[in-house]
Write a protein that binds this ligand. Sequence first.
Ligand code: ADP
Length: 162
Amino acid sequence: MHTAIYPGSFDPVTRGHLDIIARAARATDKLIVAVLNNGAKNSLFSVEERVKMLKEELEEIPNIEVRSFNGLLVEFAKQCDAHIVVRGLRAITDFEYELQMAQTNRILDHSIDTFFLTADLEYAYLSSSTVKEVARFGGDISAFVTPAVAERVMEKYTGVSK
Ligand code: ADP
């Protein structure tokens, strides 16, 4: 059985992430979407909120599990018995960082391979930071995230919940 891990911040999950997740889930037996609990990073959503949003978005895909993790990805992968890490590549700017991470992980644990999926052209420009930047100034984020996520993001900025 091939178990893969798709790690990320998902702050918040975008349509680009969802596209990578759906494609990776089709290509593996089990996909663990792993939310990085990075205390040092200034995030809009707590890890619990990010896990909850992902679970809601992904409940219809049967071979997906959403979890959070701390610390080294290779250690978490070992715990999950996963040997594949999935990452998305949007542009050349992602490449250098992703290559470095993939090579570092392989030095730390030689049994781990990173599989890259290229972003769908429709979402190649999209990042969680863009979503937050647009939302912060009251812009329309419906092209970037699902309606449920958009509502949560707007709640954060306006303090109003529907
Ligand atoms: P971000 O870089 O937007 O903060 P994450 O840290 O959550 O996002 O990213 C997790 C992984 O998903 C990374 O490999 C990143 O390159 C990839 N990714 C992010 N946005 C997209 C997108 N729009 N299309 C494809 N892959 C993406």
